[in-house]
Design a protein around this ligand. Sequence first.
Ligand SMILES: [Fe+2]
Ligand SMILES: [Fe+2]
Length: 223
Amino acid sequence: MMRNEFDFNSGIGESVVKHPQLVKLYMEYDVDFCCGGDRSVDDALKTDCGESAREVREKIKYMLTQSETEGDKRLDTLTNEALIDRIVETHHAYLKSELPVISSLLFKLLGVHGETHPELYLVHETFGALKVELESHLIKEEVKLFPRILSEDSEVKTLIDELEGEHDAAGDALHRLTEITNHFTLPQDACTTYALVYEKLKTLVADMYMHVHSENNILFKRL
Ligand SMILES: [Fe+2]
Ligand SMILES: [Fe+2]
């Protein structure tokens, strides 16, 4: 086996822990990577993608050759300062601009479809709590943690534990949103706003995977 060849017999859940960039692809093809139990990647693709399984396999291989040069390896070589800049300019900027947009679209959706799709109340509530938590999380990182890392303050351990706990809580909330919406499956009577909100929530899940990965597994590991 080549050094970085992807193992299609490994667990589907394990594959996103190792390669979080796959989340985006899995979500695009409705591959269940979080609630699929012990399925191998191969089994999951066969069951969830049907005729597209081969296409998804090729895309996985392609993505991983790209990421070998552009993904983790590159993040790993960045200085703390450059890595922090990257996190703030990509993931934090994304959340600051998208959280309010998703929030207002969801509020609108609740008014129009809440009566016929009562699960939207739970989506609205879960997202609202997540938004509030993520906003304070971003500020804690930008105002407290990142400046301390850059000034080489050694007293960051307790703060990192707290922030990692918040990452887990955000992950749980995103998992709940995925379950409540049955993997962001649109109902038959879904309008354009419905489709837009679910698309944005899928992007949020994928972006958060990369964001938390850059922090937990790269930046925080150095400290
Ligand atoms: Fe962050
Ligand atoms: Fe974070």
